[in-house]
Structure formats: structure tokens, C-alpha cells
Design a protein around this ligand. Structure first.
Ligand SMILES: [Zn+2]
Length: 414
């Protein structure tokens, strides 16, 4: 836990107060949400201090930090995707289509309906988060309340579709582990499942074209370098609900984007359900329920699809893993940039064994990327033999399915 209370005074004690001698707080300390006694645990190096239950105690029934209850509650609300194991762990299964919605008696998401009227306060179509994302967001929210205590993180597992279960920390990265994801991407480690990044929005910035993007972290140290963690989208509406201080879980194809300045660990979100977000209630100090932005409308989509087709029609002059494109190019990276290395690109139904709980998978040794000139923003006059001829579809027709970004994990367009 990153906060506790003095039992006698009720004063809130943040974990940052742990360390000095004499202690600036009065013992005993109790849980923020129940009367169970907790102990300060001093951090070391990059591991922050936190509070942990005193030996032999447990959170009271009904406490928001009670792992057993929360685990059961998440499993109960997961529509069969999260299971409590015999060891008391919670294992979240990622379905083949992580965006799938269960057959609830609710209004379906209809992102082709451009007549949906949304005002500041009302939405006629509530965007529902898929249960896999909702469950992941609830777990992330719970771990955040625990200050990402490794002992609590240890109680969660993820089972990517068709693969072996992996540790929660190999699926979801939080501020304490951003550098681990950076290193995985820098090593070009094959990752054959969606990755979730959880964090709190540091600030909203705009690129040179005025498109907003969310900065989750800036200048994160990783070895002898530093990097930024950015959440971007070709659809402004996916970023606009976010403000500084919003908690976010962003799921998809996180990639490392090299720039001449600071490398960027980033996600280009294509769909609303890739972004779950919640706030801290200012009166109670408690996190609110995770929600997501409104679905991208058909009216928004043709623009992005047309830009993607334009990019696809270019001759393939770039290597599969070209480094930075300039900040001014706002749409998601072309397939050549978003695609994984050949060995990481499974067929839709391929079952990939993953030995993540045993040994770390073999990694490709890092090698520097060749510097390439900036990609043109317009197609050249005479494109020789484009690898992906632009489909002759009218602008408002259903666009051809793309197998970039998160869709590369699935066999069909949701
Ligand atoms: Zn408690």
C-alpha cells in the first residue's frame, strides 16, 4: 500500500514518509480502508517504500484492499474470463478476440452509427469495455492501491489465448516496470500477445499537426538511456477524455519508436476499448470505475483508413523496422513499422508455446537500426509495383481489414 493512517489520529501517512529516523509518523499504523495494522517497508534503489500488513493480520471483510475478496469480485464480474486457482491466484484469460463483448442484454456498440448524439453529459450509446479489458483495469487499479507491492502482484496471472499463463508483470507494465518493457522492445523480443501499460497521465501534449497525445511518463531511465511513454491515436476522440492525473490502462501493440532525441515507448490506439481510464474521486480519494472513450465513428474512420491506404500504396523502401518517422506524421505507423519480426508473426490460430513462467524466452541480440531518411508524406508520382495495391473501394464502404497494430493477433475484424 502506498498510504496508511495513524491509528490514534487518523492522519494519512504517504509511503514517502518511510525512511527517516526518527519516523515522522506515530505507530501503530493501520490500513487506509480498514483497521488492520500495517508496517512500513523501506524501499531500496528503485523500489519504493510501501506499507504491508503486519504479520498474522489480514484486511477486514469488506476492505477495498482485501485481496481475497477483490480477487473473487473480479472473477465474478469477468464473464468467465478470470478464475481463482486452487492456490488463491487470479488468472485472467485473454480471449482470441480481446475486444469481444459477451451477449449481455445491453445495447451493442455500433461504431458505424454516425447519428448517435452525444452531449456533454449524456451518451445514447454507452461504450462498454470488453470484460477482458475491464478485468485487467480492475486488477491494475487494485495493484495501484497496493503500491504495486510485489507480494500482491504475485497473486495475478494472465493466460494469453492459446498460450501458457504468464506472470501479471509480463502482460501489464506499470511505472515501476516501464523500463522492463522498454528493454523487451529494444531487444526486439517477440511478443505474441497484447501488452497493457498502466499509468497516470503526466500531461497532454500536441504534435506538430495539433493532434493531442497523452504522456504517461517522461525521461524514464533505462540503462544508460532515457525514454518517454506516450499514448497516441489517429482519432483525437480517444485521447480527449484524458487529462493530467487520469489513470489509464492502454492495451495493444506497444512498440519502441526511435527518434533522434528521446526514444518513445508508445501505443497508437485504433479502437476505444484499447483505452480504459478512471479517476481518483476527489471527495473519497478512491478510484472510480474504469470506463473508455466513445467508439470511433464511421465518419472518423474513413479518414484514417484513407491515410493508411495511401501509406500502403507507397513502394516498400523502408526496412521492416525502420526507426523514427518525424513527429509530424500523425497517423499510426505503416504496417512495416507496426509488424513484428517474422518469427513473431503467428498465423491467426497458431498456438505459440511460451515459456514465460519458466525461463525467459531467448532474445535476439540487439543490433542498431540503420538510419533512413524521413519517409515522404505524399506518395511518389510513379510508385513502382506497390506491395499493397490500394483497394478500389468507395470512401464510405467497409474498409479492408488491416493486420496491423492489435489486429495482428486476431483472425478477424471485430
Ligand atoms: Zn484494509
Amino acid at each position: 500500500m502506498d498510504k496508511a493512517r495513524e491509528q490514534r489520529t487518523g492522519r494519512l501517512v504517504p509511503a514517502e514518509e518511510i525512511g527517516p529516523d526518527p519516523e515522522p509518523f506515530e505507530r501503530p499504523l493501520i490500513c487506509l480502508h480498514c483497521d488492520s495494522v500495517v508496517e512500513p517497508v523501506r524501499g531500496y534503489k528503485s523500489v519504493p517504500s510501501l506499507f504491508r500488513l503486519a504479520k498474522g493480520t489480514s484486511h477486514e471483510a469488506g476492505c477495498l484492499l482485501n485481496p481475497t475478496e477483490v480477487i473473487q469480485s473480479i472473477a465474478h464480474g469477468s464473464h468467465g474470463l478470470a478464475h481463482v486457482t486452487d492456490d488463491g491466484l487470479l488468472r485472467l484469460e485473454l480471449p482470441a478476440d480481446i475486444s469481444a463483448l459477451p451477449p449481455w442484454p445491453t445495447m451493442p456498440i455500433d461504431d458505424t452509427d454516425t447519428d448517435v448524439v452525444r452531449t456533454h453529459n449524456t451518451t445514447t450509446v454507452r461504450p462498454y469495455l470488453p470484460p477482458a479489458i475491464t478485468s485487467a483495469a480492475k486488477i491494475a487499479r487494485f495493484l495501484h492501491m497496493h503500491g504495486f507491492d510485489p507480494k500482491v502482484v504475485e497473486r495475478f496471472r494472465v493466460k494469453p489465448h492459446g498460450q501458457r499463463p504468464i506472470l501479471w508483470g509480463r502482460f501489464c507494465y506499470s511505472p515501476r516496470t516501464y523500463a522492463d518493457l522498454y528493454q523487451r522492445c529494444a531487444r526486439r523480443e517477440p511478443i505474441s500477445h497484447p501488452i497493457a501499460v498502466h499509468g497516470t497521465v503526466h500531461s497532454i501534449a500536441q504534435d506538430r499537426n495539433g493532434k493531442p497525445y497523452a504522456r504517461l511518463a517522461l525521461d524514464v531511465p533505462a540503462g544508460d538511456t532515457r525514454f518517454h511513454v506516450l499514448l497516441r491515436s489517429a482519432h483525437d476522440s480517444l485521447i480527449k477524455p484524458l487529462t493530467a492525473g487520469t489513470h489509464v490502462l492502454a492495451v495493444g501493440d506497444w512498440t519502441l519508436f526511435d527518434t533522434p532525441h528521446v526514444p518513445q515507448l508508445r501505443l497508437f490506439a485504433d479502437e476505444h476499448w484499447q483505452i480504459a481510464y478512471w479517476e481518483t474521486d476527489p471527495t473519497t480519494g478512491l478510484p472510480t470505475e474504469p470506463i473508455c472513450p466513445a467508439p470511433v465513428t464511421a465518419r472518423q474512420r474513413p479518414d484514417a483508413e484513407a491515410r493508411a491506404r495511401t501509406r500502403r500504396s507507397r513502394p516498400a523502401r523502408e526496412p521492416r523496422h525502420a526507426p523514427a518517422q518525424p513527429e509530424s506524421i500523425t497517423p499510426p505507423p505503416p504496417p512495416a513499422l507496426a509488424a513484428p519480426p517474422p518469427q513473431a508473426q503467428p498465423a491467426a490460430e497458431t498456438v505459440l508455446p511460451e515459456s514465460e513462467l519458466a525461463d525467459e524466452p531467448a532474445v535476439t541480440p540487439p543490433h542498431p537500426e540503420p538510419a533512413v531518411p524521413d519517409a515522404p508524406t505524399q506518395p511518389p508520382p510513379v510508385p513502382p509495383q506497390p506491395p499493397f495495391p490500394p483497394p478500389p473501394v468507395p470512401p464510405l464502404a467497409e474498409p479492408a481489414p488491416r493486420r496491423q497494430g492489435w489486429r495482428r493477433w486476431f483472425g478477424r475484424r471485430p
